[in-house]
Design a protein around this ligand. Structure first.
Ligand code: GLV
Length: 307
């Protein structure tokens, strides 16, 4: 078996990794032991200094869904590779939050909560999911799960990705032209994209202006996908009628940030998913076995594409 270092940000993985591979040589940062022994590191984020202190490191195992924190480090160190977790529970959890964030707006739940406080029985017009178009940006594992979740509720769902993807029952579009064609129909825009050089800042003032008036914006991708000032401006003109945000350009979202107090914005503190170590430790162990055997690894990230 190879030696795996659990970085200081993932100590909760220790029992699951021990259970999945009792013979695995495990270290937990900052106790590195003999640095030359370490072949792989399991981590969420990692400092360059740590990578450079491990002379025989080959593999970064990313515990999160997004690997943007790791990609640049590996681009600068081509001897390293990144493997990621592949877990439908993670994508399902992100989809659940995207749907929840959308539905609270779609079915006027904040307004009904206010009315309840006043003991006010006042039905609002009922919005109908059939005929409401949801556009999902990003058609990876999370985007597909999100598309399916909205589809199951009767929404019209379209998906967009950088390169062509075909998904049963979902109309898909690709590239800049596909995006231009889709945006005017996106009554709800849901970002599940990976953060890359191409997708950073994608939800900017021009994109928001291309949405139908009164659209709703959901971001469960990364904060850097969204120009937050442009969103606030679009909310203030009514071009965008509300937003549900789980991720922010600065996290934690600074106290006093205008997003905190905007009445049309709902915020969750980057909680869309948490990988459950016990569920996925076996796939980490299998990849470590492959690393040792010199076999092809599963779920590798393409450092050029960035995901
Ligand atoms: C959370 O943002 C993740 O990437 O897992």
């Amino acid at each position: 078996m190879v030696s795996l270092l659990l970085n200081h940000d993932v100590p909760q993985w220790l029992p699951a990794m021990r259970a999945a591979a009792p013979d695995l040589a495990l270290r937990v940062a900052p106790d590195l032991g003999n640095r030359a022994d370490i072949d792989a590191i399991l981590t969420w984020k990692v400092d360059a200094e740590l990578l450079d202190a491990l002379p025989n490191l080959q593999l970064l195992y990313a515990v999160g869904a997004g690997v943007d924190y790791l990609v640049d480090l590996v681009r600068q160190r081509p001897h390293l590779r990144i493997a990621r977790i592949a877990d439908d529970a993670v994508s399902g959890d992100v989809a659940t939050l995207a749907v929840a964030g959308t539905l609270q707006w779609f079915r006027d739940l904040p307004q009904y909560a206010r009315q309840q406080d006043q003991h006010q029985w006042e039905p609002l017009p009922v919005r109908c999911s059939a005929g409401t178009t949801i556009v999902i940006l990003g058609l990876g594992r999370i985007g597909c799960a999100t598309a399916r979740a909205f589809q199951a509720l009767g929404f019209e769902v379209c998906g967009w990705s950088r390169t062509c993807r075909s998904i049963d029952g979902i109309r898909t579009f690709a590239g800049p032209e596909g995006l231009r064609a889709l945006l005017p129909h996106a009554q709800v825009l849901v970002c599940t994209l990976p953060l890359t050089d191409q997708t950073s800042g994608i939800i900017d003032a021009a994109l928001l202006a291309s949405l139908p008036r009164g659209a709703f914006v959901v971001n469960v991708g990364r904060g850097a996908h969204l120009d937050e000032s442009a969103l606030l401006a679009a909310l203030d003109t009514g071009q965008v009628s509300g937003a549900f945000l789980d991720v922010f350009s600065t996290e934690p979202l600074p106290a006093g940030h205008a997003l905190w107090r905007h009445p049309a914005v709902r915020i969750t503190p980057h909680v869309a998913s948490r990988t459950q170590p016990a569920r996925v430790a076996p796939q980490v162990v299998e990849n470590l076995r492959r690393l040792r055997a010199g076999e092809p690894l599963l779920n590798l990230v393409d450092p050029v594409a960035g995901y």
